[in-house]
Write a protein that binds this ligand. Structure first.
Ligand SMILES: NC(=O)c1ccc[n+]([C@@H]2O[C@H](COP(=O)([O-])OP(=O)(O)OC[C@H]3O[C@@H](n4cnc5c(N)ncnc54)[C@H](O)[C@@H]3O)[C@@H](O)[C@H]2O)c1
Length: 386
């Protein structure tokens, strides 16, 4: 079986997402499985070159994941015509500049979300990629989570009847990193909590909710969002106390095309008493579902209990009992599945809808969410044109 090499410049791989999801779980895993199968029977084999600032870290990372090439010289990497794809999972703020350099060098580009911190920048990227006629993609990983795939299938089978509403609960307690307390290390990077570094849960999560809602339940047409900065002080990676001035919770409502109403609570300051870190409850005229990252449970019309309000007796209904699990299928890692689709697309096989314009829509919704909060009002989400 013949093998086709595809050179990928991977930037930001020493970070949390870059290392775990993109290098270990996606590119290294694709290499281990023998590449991506193409229609002509050949296999597309990723040949990554890791790019970053710290040579020592890159070398160790390359060794751990069986990667031969790494460099601290991005210009030299971009100058190599044999590497046709540029990928970025470094900081959101630097992304537009980096992507533009890669596009100018004629690379196809794939990147983490948010594609930029402002809609204007995000749209300028769409235009640059279009002009250069390069292929482009943005990570929309939640669409390939088993829980979301199950919701999509239920929707396609008509299980819900008419979908009325969607309720999303996202979040968990992100420790402050206070060296003097029981959990001295935070489980997320400190820049997430500083506005000047591109932090904030609205920019982070409304990008996700945009593509989840657009793809599963109807295009987002209006938003009302109330952000909050609940915890004003946190401690950084070096144990230094800093002012956490970015929003760490968002309480948002969306109106979708077709009339569905979606409400999402996103919080890094909430303790979990639900099935998973993200749960989506979908209520329809014929049935409901609650999906987490992997599992999904359903309750049909016929299975719906008939509660009667009576606080004077203990609750006679076990509301958790009346739900059936949706059977599992073989679902691969969500980031890997999307990587495979992008690589096939670059190789000329299949379209790829999850592009820079779709990424810009996420930034648009985040920006409108922030505006809605500042102005204390509902805002329409206009159609985007690059
Ligand atoms: N798809 C998702 O679910 C998801 C989840 C979390 C984060 N993200 C996105 O992924 C990106 C990275 O997030 P993370 O949590 O991995 O952050 P991180 O802080 O762990 O990693 C950031 C990376 O950028 C590099 N970097 C930082 N400053 C730099 C500079 N000045 N010059 C060059 N490189 C620099 C770091 O070395 C590191 O490799 C962000 O854009 C974030 O929004 C996406």
């Amino acid at each position: 079986m013949s093998e086709r090499r595809i050179g990928i410049i991977m930037n930001g791989v020493t970070g949390r997402m870059g290392t775990n999801q993109h290098l270990a779980r996606s590119i290294a895993a694709i290499r281990r499985q023998g590449g991506v199968a193409l229609r002509d029977g050949s296999r597309l084999m990723p040949d990554p070159i890791l790019v970053g600032r710290d040579g020592g870290k890159l070398q160790r990372l390359a060794k751990t994941h069986g990667v031969e090439r790494w460099t601290t010289d991005l210009d030299a990497a971009l100058a190599n015509r044999a590497d046709r794809v540029f990928f970025d999972a470094a900081t959101t703020q630097m992304r537009p500049t980096l992507l533009k350099r890669a596009i100018a060098a004629g690379k196809h580009v794939y990147c983490e979300k948010p594609v930029a911190t402002t809609l204007a920048e995000a749209l300028s990227l769409v235009r640059a990629a279009k002009k250069a006629r390069v292929k482009h993609g943005v990570v929309q990983d939640k669409l390939w989570l088993p829980g979301m795939r199950k919701l999509a299938r239920l929707r396609d089978e008509g299980f819900f009847g008419k979908i009325l509403s969607v309720r999303g609960e996202f979040g968990y307690w992100v420790f402050e990193g206070d060296p003097g307390r029981a959990q001295p290390a935070a489980q997320r990077p400190s820049w997430n909590y500083r506005a000047q570094d591109g932090g904030g849960i609205i920019l982070d999560m409304l990008c996700h909710w945009r593509y989840v809602l657009d793809n599963l339940f109807g295009e987002v047409q209006a938003v009302s969002c109330r952000g909050a900065t609940h915890l004003p002080w946190r401690w950084d990676e070096g144990g230094r106390r800093y002012r956490a001035d970015a929003d760490d919770a968002a309480y948002a409502t969306f109106e979708l095309k077709g009339g569905v109403i979606a409400q999402f609570n996103s919080s890094w300051c909430a303790r979990v008493r639900r099935d998973d870190l993200l749960t989506l409850q979908v209520d329809g005229t014929k049935g409901s579902a609650v999906a987490g990252l992997r599992d999904c449970r359903i309750q049909s019309y016929a299975e719906t209990p008939k509660p009667v309000w009576n606080p004077d007796i203990p609750q006679p209904i076990d509301f958790y009992a009346g739900w059936r699990p949706v059977p599992d299928e073989a679902f691969d890692n969500a980031f890997k599945v999307q990587w495979e689709a992008f690589l096939r697309h670059v190789a000329g096989e299949g379209g790829f809808r999850w592009n820079l314009l779709e990424g810009a829509k996420g930034v648009q919704l985040a920006e409108l969410g922030l505006k809605s909060w500042a102005r204390r009002r509902w805002l329409d989400v206009p159609k985007l044109k690059a």
